[in-house]
Design a protein around this ligand. Sequence first.
Ligand SMILES: [Zn+2]
Length: 643
Amino acid sequence: MQPYYYAMKIPFSSLFVLFLLPLFSACGGNEALENEANSKKVKISQQVRDAHSYANTNEIRTKHLHLELEVDFSTKTIYGVARHEMTNLGTDTAIFDIRGLEIQKVTIGSKGNEINTDYVIGQEDEILGAPLSVKIKQNTENVNIYYKTTDHSGALDWLDPQLTEGKKHPYLYTQGQAILTRTWIPCQDTPANRITYSADVQVPTDLMAVMSAKNPTQRNKQGKYHFEMHQPIPAYLIALAVGNLSYRSLGKNCGVYTEPELINAVAWEFVDLNKMIQTAEDLYGKYEWEQYDVIILPYSFPFGGMENPRLTFANPTLIAGDRSLISVIAHELAHSWSGNLVTNATWDDFWLNEGFTVYFENRIMEALYGKEVADILALIEFQELEQEVKDIQAGDHPNDTYLKLALDGRDPDEGMTSIAYVKGAFFLKTLEETVGRAKFDAFMKAYFKAYKFQTLTTEMFEAYLQEHLLIPEGINFNTKDWLYGKGIPDNCVRLHSPRFEHVEALAVQLAEGKNIFKGKNLKRSDYVTQEWQAFIRKLPRDIDIAQLKLVDEHLNFKACGNAEIMTEWYVLGIQAGYDELRPEMAKLLKKVGRRKFLLPIYRELAKSEKNMSFAHQVYREARKNYHSISVKTMDDLLKYHPN
Ligand SMILES: [Zn+2]
């Protein structure tokens, strides 16, 4: 069928030679054209080499992508055309990233004036997928790729109705970060290139489609939706969700999408959304994306939240019923500056997205709920960082505690540790403490402005920091230790919280065998989620099971509905041999697909043979309820091989 579909046997490097004829030689003496090409060349050549993309963005790059998509739930397939409008410096080959896609044909020319062209699919790499090399002309600016998705399109999570809240309609959502956009759209899948996009999407008439773009708030009768994203974004931020959705406005430019069954609970939980946006703008400047909405997806979503621009994708585990997990929304909102507006150029620079965002999230929480709450959040994260530093240093990649990573040849998801998030944030906190808040805030504001709608590397940030903060202030700061050194540097700020210490003291009493409930009316609502997490972490791993049962009698941690607390509790329960938790634990593992909760529980279970057989028994049933990102992690962890 496909004229140039070589069955992935020829090494990519040799294919490359076939096509790479001399570049920039055919400008025919037209001076204006040459100048234009030269200025484009300067702009493009500034782009950084990304080890996780095959795209030749230094020669040709997408400016605008138009998608024509048909979402077919009966075959769990998206049929698509990806129309790339490109800046071409005169190359005769355009290379795109693909993985798990079936390419049907490729044409060049604008819609209606298209001609078929040859293409070659290179050797498949397990992590990166394959390069799709398209033969073009030196003046080609439009490349159209006709394709369909397959079972191996890892970005896509197709859910049968029983996995949704309403249990009547199927659901689909995508997750692009880090390098999964190439599994549902053939594209130059590197954060180093920013594109605008538009889309025409056909879905079943009883469902609504939304994207990381300007969105509808109501279903239309034809199931046809048009989307526009005018601000240039990296490809990993293209996102789509299709389901039985309803919308509720929560302010002049914000609101929530979810299934109708959940809309009241979601609107109640996120009532502070409008205030949050205002607070963020007061801190670091204008919100550049016009609208900010949140969609609460089904439970299988592998993350707490994903910062798709204009429309954060979020996990229903955030709906705790007490607004205690709202900091995740502060985090995703903060990404509208760090990550979406100013973006890491490669996945080795991931801390530029996440460290800034955790810092910014904490500042929003402080402004809205006070320093005590913000410090408790930061302290619980710092505990996780200290543990993870130990784990990483004892593991196969001890240098993963550097902020600047070296993920060449590895899945960029391996960089999603608390190093990028929390060490990154504490680097900025330490800088803030060193120069003072006023100067640091002015620096942050200037940084977001200087790099808005651009991408940068750690080295570029280091130079900017030096030039715009440290040199002018005459400060000698150990920046290199933080960026390119291991662990947590000695000058890291340390936080203290009296409330935190109080709840930890309670844990010590419980561990000593005391009845901490006697004569007191201690309730779960006396402390916030993160304080209870600190309480659980403080308990010794060999604690008497009778003491754990006492806690469950009074506080019902085992079935409290708050997945943060339940996860900590189950991990302790496994370690202490509190096997009565198993039925509730199995329930959580079968319902929730968020990796943050699955990983610690399965990891703990995997440590002993008797628990491992329980883990396998649960996982066998639960696996189909997870997104591919979680499946991959758990398959590796549990050494699970589906037939
Ligand atoms: Zn984040």
